[in-house]
Design a protein around this ligand. Structure first.
Ligand code: SAM
Length: 298
């Protein structure tokens, strides 16, 4: 069923949900799906704009309909590739025919596939306009499979407790999330403080792109402030009074690569400022964080 509508997402939901349930009751019982409503062309343009495409990007559309998002992205950006999947075989045929006609078939393909059976590992930009429940069902798959830094773009619907990193309201409401690296857990590193190496142990807590944490530096403990995670890029600040009595500011900035964070830390104390490499290693337990501080408190 093809319906061309210029509807707000909530209106779309109301307009489609009831007929969808009536028409497709048995299919709903087996698998989740949304009906085909093409994104208005102006919204497609905003979805492409918010992605800020770079050469080498792999742009995909989960529930690609007539293929318009991936086709438009490939027309505008000759150095990207893309593909889409749709549960509707006719739409997939139509999309592949359009890719042929537009001379894009080398870079753009469409597959007859359920979004849940789609391998997301090579995508750098994921588009979707699916019912909120379907999006919510996909969230753990995207968080588990998509690489950190992957941009996820939705026409209209939000994503429960995962707040978007960016919202565009020029044509409807376009939302963008950046898949965050996994940083929750225990990390250790050393930094040069006043000419001597000091041991640091951190416990990071994470909810999507929001990070909080506590750090032990030598015999002192402090709370991280201003932690920010965008994809693999992590920055955070620690203000702490070290054993020497010096109030010391640490501004960390690094890239999370699996079990390591590599970057730099700017240490400011007694008016001196030292920028040095920062290399943190993930560790399995937090015993060192809780070691007695040795300040004589019983
Ligand atoms: C609202 S349309 C959006 C089409 C296109 N992404 C756009 O924005 O123009 C949703 C599309 O998702 C497809 N779809 C719904 N559920 C799906 C599923 N479980 N797996 C694959 N495709 C699905 C539908 O056939 C439909 O073409």
């Amino acid at each position: 069923m093809t319906v061309t509508l210029l509807l707000r997402p909530r209106t779309l939901l109301r307009a489609l949900l009831l007929p969808a349930l009536l028409l497709c009751g048995s299919a709903f019982a087996q698998e989740r799906f949304s009906l085909f409503v093409p994104s208005p062309q102006a919204t497609v343009e905003r979805m492409i704009a918010i992605a800020r495409l770079q050469p080498g990007d792999v742009v995909i559309d989960l529930g690609s309909g007539d293929g318009r998002i991936v086709l438009a992205a490939a027309r505008q950006h000759p150095a990207i590739r893309g593909w889409g999947v749709d549960i509707n075989a006719d739409l997939v045929r139509q999309s592949n025919a359009a890719a042929q006609e537009q001379g894009l078939a080398e870079r753009v393909q469409f597959f007859h596939r359920n979004v849940f059976d789609t391998d997301l590992r090579e995508a750098t930009v994921i588009n979707m306009w699916l019912f909120p429940e379907l999006m919510r069902l996909l969230r753990p798959k995207i968080l588990a499979e998509a690489r950190p830094g992957t941009r996820v773009i939705s026409n209209g619907f939000d994503w429960g407790g995962w707040a978007p990193d960016e919202t565009d309201t020029e044509s409807g409401r376009v939302l963008k999330w950046i898949v965050p690296a996994r940083v929750a857990g225990y990390w250790s590193w050393e930094s040069n403080i006043g000419g001597a190496m000091l041991a640091y142990d951190a416990i990071l807590e994470q909810r999507f792109q929001q990070v909080e944490g506590v750090v032990r530096a030598g015999n002192r403990r402090g709370v991280l402030t201003s932690a920010r995670l965008r994809g693999e890029e992590l920055s955070m600040t620690l203000d702490i009074t070290l054993e020497s009595g010096a109030v010391t500011r640490h501004e960390f900035s690094g890239r999370v690569r699996g079990e390591r964070i590599e970057g730099s830390v700017t240490v400011t104390r007694d008016g001196d400022r030292l920028v040095q490499p920062w290399s943190a290693q993930r560790v399995r337990d937090r015993a060192s964080f809780w070691r007695p501080t040795g300040v004589g408190v019983k």
